[in-house]
Ligand binder design. Structure first.
Ligand code: GLN
Length: 204
């Protein structure tokens, strides 16, 4: 049953099929949120699976490895084309790095579809991981918990990019049309607000 409690989401009566890029990272955690909201989650590892998705999540992990696996599985080009043709996509952490057109501290770009410049490991190493609670008015009425793990942040945005959240002046959530990026990991918390927001994007 589709859960209708999402704030600001108009299309929840229709069950969405949401892909989660299934190479590494918090795949099951994203799946848990999607299913809790009454939608179908699919673990995506092959190009053929990109057909018939209403949206796709690129989870956290290690962006260099995920980029190489996208090439090796033949998914890089078809996925880029789908996104350019409007497939809703949400990149969390390493997923944000995969989507960026520019990387400040890496010479290899990956999907390079979103007009953002990203700094990898911007908060330092694993021990500099942290969490906080913030209200993001475009996404939810209540404050939501944000978890940062070796997180990147956005250092520059193009004019079509909407900044959704800044922390200490750094951009940690942004949207450009069908593309959403977050530096942090909503899937590692119990709060489904960001998953609701993304499913809303998939229903449009
Ligand atoms: N530091 C990782 C990278 O650069 C991203 C970390 C994450 O996804 N939690 O790919």
């Amino acid at each position: 049953m589709v859960n209708k409690e999402c704030f600001g989401t108009l299309f929840l009566d229709v069950e969405m099929k949401i892909g989660i890029l299934g190479f590494q990272g918090a795949i099951i955690e994203h799946q848990r949120h999607i299913e809790k909201l009454g939608h179908e989650a699919v673990n995506v590892r092959y190009p053929e699976q990109l057909e018939e998705l209403n949206g796709i999540i690129l989870p956290g992990g290690e962006s260099t490895t995920m980029g190489k696996l996208l090439v090796r599985t033949g998914m890089m080009e078809p996925l880029r084309q789908k996104i350019e043709n409007g497939l809703p996509v949400w990149g969390t952490c390493a997923g944000m790095i995969l989507l960026a057109k520019e990387l400040e501290n890496d010479s290899v770009k990956h999907l390079a579809v979103m007009d953002i410049c990203v700094r990898r490991n911007a908060y330092g190493t694993q021990i500099d991981s942290f969490d906080t609670v913030v209200k993001i008015s475009a996404v939810a009425q209540q404050a939501i918990p944000l978890v940062f793990i070796r997180a990147p942040y956005v250092t520059k945005v193009g004019e079509n990019v909407e900044v959704l959240c800044r922390i200490d002046g750094h951009i940690v959530a942004a949207r450009q049309a069908n593309m959403l990026v977050t530096s942090f990991h909503p899937e590692l918390t119990d709060d489904s607000a960001f998953h609701c927001y993304f499913i809303g994007m998939c229903g449009k």
